[in-house]
Write a protein that binds this ligand. Structure first.
Ligand code: CO
Length: 187
C-alpha cells in the first residue's frame, strides 16, 4: 500500500504553517529539488494544503511558508469537495503553447493586490506526485496560470515582477501596504 496524502478542505483558525509576505527574503531564494519523496514531504504537502485552504487560496508554493523546497500545491476548485488537489514536486515545464494571454492574478503573499499578468496560455509540466511517481500534465486556462505562478515562486519570482503596467502596480502595492522596492521587474 502506498500511503496517500490525507486532506480535507476545512478552513482552520490556526493553520499549521505561516505565510510570508512580499518584502521577506525567503520569498526570493530559489528552492531546492526534493531528493526523496517520503512521509515528511507528504506531511509538509498536506500542511501546505491546509494552510492554502484556510487562507482561501488556490495555490501555494513551499517558499511562501518558509520552506526552501520545490513543492507546490494547487486546487482551482477549493469549494468543490470532489475536486482533488494537485501536489507537484520538482516540477519542470516541458513545453509552452505559442499563444500568450492576460489574466488577473493574486497571491497569498501579497494580499489585496490583484493585477493582470501576461503568460503563455498552455503548458506541459513534468513533476513527481506525492508518492514519488513521475507524471506529466497538460494544462490550459486557469490551471496553466496557477502552475506557472507557483513555479515562479520556486525561482524566487513574484507575480508583481511580471506586471507591465508600472503605474497601476505602484498604486495597488501602496494601497495594500507593500513597498515598490520589493518588486524585481523582469525585462
Ligand atoms: Co503566489
Amino acid at each position: 500500500m502506498t500511503p496517500q496524502v490525507v486532506f480535507d478542505k476545512q478552513k482552520l483558525k490556526n493553520p499549521p504553517l505561516q505565510i510570508h509576505y512580499l518584502g521577506e527574503r525567503v520569498l526570493r531564494q530559489p528552492a531546492k529539488r526534493v531528493a526523496k519523496v517520503d512521509q515528511k514531504i507528504r506531511q509538509l504537502a498536506q500542511q501546505m494544503l491546509q494552510t492554502m485552504y484556510s487562507a482561501d487560496g488556490i495555490g501555494l508554493a513551499a517558499p511562501q511558508v518558509g520552506v526552501n523546497k520545490q513543492i507546490i500545491v494547487i486546487d482551482c476548485e477549493p469549494d468543490n469537495p470532489e475536486n482533488l488537489p494537485l501536489i507537484l514536486i520538482n516540477p519542470v515545464i516541458k513545453s509552452y503553447g505559442s499563444s500568450m494571454c492576460d489574466g488577473q492574478e493574486g497571491c497569498l503573499s501579497i494580499p489585496g493586490v490583484y493585477l493582470d499578468v501576461k503568460r503563455p496560455e498552455a503548458i506541459e509540466v513534468a513533476y513527481k506526485d506525492e508518492n514519488g511517481r513521475p507524471k506529466t500534465l497538460k494544462a490550459t486556462e486557469l490551471l496553466s496560470r496557477v502552475i506557472q505562478h507557483e513555479m515562479d515562486h520556486l525561482n524566487g519570482v513574484m507575480f508583481v515582477d511580471r506586471v507591465q503596467n508600472g503605474l497601476v502596480l505602484t498604486e495597488e502595492l501602496q494601497k495594500n501596504g507593500f513597498s515598490v522596492q520589493a518588486v524585481k521587474p523582469i525585462k
